[in-house]
Write a new protein. Structure first.
Length: 118
């Protein structure tokens, strides 16, 4: 799977990858009437990507995190509806526990985060 952040291919393929298509509604004009009918004003459709890796070396995890360190960045991925796309995204919290050291190389496990379209 080809993933890019700001035009740079990520060095490792994820073990988890899920795209959610989000409908954003206007909070003031999207309401239910007294008989339960929904009046909906959808203002935008956005993407949210949940992504994770089981094991990454120090070099790999650093490349991924540095590629996404700006407040907003371009992220290219395969979308289930539109095919290969590039969206302006931001990243949520990023936990990166160290799993073990082997032959002088640190390995991290379970790097997971959510990207949300701006």
């Amino acid at each position: 799977m080809l993933l890019k952040a700001n035009g740079v291919a990520l060095v490792a393929s994820p073990s988890e990858f899920k795209v959610t298509i989000l409908d954003l509604d206007d909070a003031d004009s999207s309401v239910r009437t007294s008989d339960g009918t929904l009046n909906r004003d959808r203002v935008a459709v956005k993407r949210q990507v949940e992504i994770g890796w089981n094991a990454l070396t120090q070099v790999q995890i650093s490349q991924i995190l540095k590629a996404m360190e700006n407040v907003f960045f371009d992220f290219s991925f395969t979308d289930p509806k539109d095919g290969y796309v590039t969206k302006r995204m931001y990243i949520g919290d990023r936990a990166a526990p160290i799993a073990f050291e082997r032959n002088g190389v640190l390995w991290y496990k379970d790097l997971k985060f959510t990207l949300t379209e701006r």
